[in-house]
Design a binder for this molecule. Structure first.
Ligand code: 5RP
Length: 213
């Protein structure tokens, strides 16, 4: 089975799981990435009427069928289900996200959701997070300052050249940083002035991770 088929199967499994609970009052949270795009395909093909979707990126908003209303997070109190992929996950359901540079809004939407369902293939499972470089979104002006702080923490940051986030910021991809305690590293990095958010999802973990067999 190719990786794309596995991603598609995971997305389908998520859609089948939530389908019985979808109705005209449902607000969905939609993440970003190739696995999530397969979920968007499922949603676009279905004729189930939902209230709308809060998306974590402009790209996901633009992929939705125009009949599905895009809702701003400011308009809703609670999102019923948040569906999104990940770059890595461990057996404690902690994640690294942000390969697509959308982790800041992804974390916001995940935190506003009743249930976070993560859709992945088995290539994303790790014993310890960190083989995938950790994305850190920074205010452009603070990029060098944050890089130096990350180096002092043992990381090797690399500027994702030519990439600008939906919020107009830059991304540093950090290799070799010790992520043996994801919860504390998530907070420590977010404490550096100029950091918008980093791709560790330890405080906002998924309740369910779907990995196709
Ligand atoms: C985007 C993300 C994605 O969920 C992550 O990069 C996984 O992507 P894909 O489904 O394409 O493998 O965090 O910011």
């Amino acid at each position: 089975m190719t990786q794309n088929i596995k991603k598609k199967n995971s997305a389908k499994a998520a859609f089948e799981l939530i389908k019985p609970n979808l109705n005209k009052d449902t607000v969905l949270g939609i993440g970003t990435g190739s696995t999530t795009n397969f979920f968007i395909d499922q949603l676009n093909e279905s004729d189930i009427d939902i209230k709308g979707a809060v998306c974590s990126s402009i790209s996901s908003e633009e992929s939705l069928n125009p009949s599905i209303r895009v809702i701003s997070l400011n308009e809703v109190h609670l999102i019923d289900f948040y569906i999104d992929g990940a770059d890595e996950f461990n057996d404690r359901f902690e994640l690294i996200k942000g390969g697509g540079g959308a982790h800041t809004r992804e974390k916001i939407v995940a935190s506003a959701s009743n249930e976070f369902i993560c859709i992945v293939d088995e290539s994303k499972i790790v014993t310890e997070l960190g083989a995938f470089p950790l994305p850190v979104e920074v205010i452009p002006e603070s990029r060098s300052l944050v890089s130096r702080k990350l180096i002092s923490m043992g990381g090797i940051p690399e500027y994702r050249s030519g990439f600008v986030t939906d919020q107009g910021n830059h991304i540093l991809d950090v290799r070799d940083i010790d992520i043996s305690n994801p919860q504390s590293l998530e907070l420590m990095i977010n404490n550096i002035p100029g950091v918008v958010d980093n791709g560790i999802f330890a405080a906002n973990k998924p309740q369910i991770i779907l990995v196709p067999k």
